[in-house]
Design a binder for this molecule. Sequence first.
Ligand code: G4P
Length: 532
Amino acid sequence: MSLEQEIQKRRTFAIISHPDAGKTTLTEKLLLFGGAIQTAGAVKSNKIKKTATSDFMEIEKQRGISVATSVMAFEYLGAKINLLDTPGHKDFAEDTYRTLTAVDSVILVIDAANGVEAQTERLMEVCRMRNIPVIVFINKMDREGQDPFDLLDELESKLNIRVRPLAWPIGIGSRFQGVYNLYDKSLNLFAANKTKIEKEVVNIEDIHSPELDTIIGKGPADQLRTDVELIEGVYDPFDQQKYLAGETAPVFFGSALNNFGVKELLETFIRISPTPIGRTTDVRNVEPDEAKFSGFIFKIHANLDPRHRDRIAFLRIVSGMFQRGKFYKHTRLNQEMRFSNPTSFMASDKNVIDEAWPGDVIGLYDTGNFKIGDTLTEGENMQFRGIPSFSPEIFRELINMDPMKTKQLEKGIRQLTDEGVAQLFVMQPGNRKIVGTVGDLQFEVIQYRLEHEYGAKCRFESMAFHKALWLTSENAEKIQEFIRVKQGQIAYDKDDNPVFLAPSAWMLNMAKQDYPEIVFHSTSEFKTEIAG
Ligand code: G4P
């Protein structure tokens, strides 16, 4: 097959949701369709049990499971689908943000009873920032939930995106009878069905036909007629271009647990979702159909076995064909490298691959050469952008507990932060190390891993910082002045950029007022900033 055909075949996406909305269940059903797994229950939830925050075995288990299920590739109706897993636990949100840099679209799962939840909002902010096309799946229609119109309003108001239902539910909970497909004009009747992948579909050419009353009853039929009229009146017709631009999100209703509405979702997804798209580098845009290979690292996973220090770096291919054993340029290190055992991820097992195409994600064995955001090319000097660091929310100072192990600690914390477990900021004088994360759990992970993998003991001391802000200004002197004045609140990030650690929202506002010439950014890549 030609490069163009390989590109046309591929769809690379992630499922995002607030924990418990049904991401794992939906993933499993999609894999069943793709034949990647044979039985329900094969995909383990990769959630860390919310109560067991200090259960290290759980953390280890989580790491193990998430390597195996990091990328699940399967084929369906001639499409090669790469589904990238995102951690469910909110403390690993940054991992999810980075995974979103490697996908071309997402499916957002919403619990029909709970509607838009906190984690949904945060994840969608990241999608909106990058204009990632979104399809919404409103799940658990077999349970009592909110009115579908209210849910759509909530999606629009809280997620700042326009929505367009492509199907409409008939009743909910105990009255749930199925969904009416607004485009095919067909009725998909609900039958609780946990394992099989069959369904009952009735074509209804005219929604006003009395046949509808016979099938679902007069009351529900009249309700559906009113609802459909309202939808056609209120919502613009579905426009694929607007979906691809990230402006409109098509909405489906179903029940992942009952495997209801999943096939429609998958088939529409294949039909409308984007094929692999290009990415921006510091010098130019790269298109997938360029003959020369390029790609970037968006995730690094340490080996579970502490005796083997190797790690797996996840590479998203942006352009051209990747080949096993060929030399590629690691542009940050300006070094040629080749990979003799690149792996693909077909559901639960890993296979060595000879070639891979745009949209694919492969695993590269790494002995410490990669950092998140690193770029591989066929020789061109460029660096992919759009893999920003986000301001952490919790800051603690790393205190060395064993002066004899200073070197190990230094090395360990550098490697862990390269992996993206947390962000490291260094404060002067004294080389103080400030670790920033989005969740408490990371501190336990770091402490545990430093001790078990590097033999270094540490503890953490709380620091009352509110946010880390990256600084830019047209007037470089102003930044220098700011750094001098705020010395105790300035630290340096992994690339040696100065960062203002604002003690509170109020102090940040004061700083903004006092230094109107300085722009304060909450991500390290300023053009793609999250508001606030
Ligand atoms: P997550 O990955 O988004 O965190 O959610 P997950 O799929 O684990 O689903 C969370 C819970 O919701 C699970 O129940 C799951 O069975 C249930 N669920 C998912 N889809 C549906 C649905 O369409 N209808 C109904 N009624 N329930 C659904 P659990 O009791 O937490 O776990 P389990 O013991 O069933 O595995």
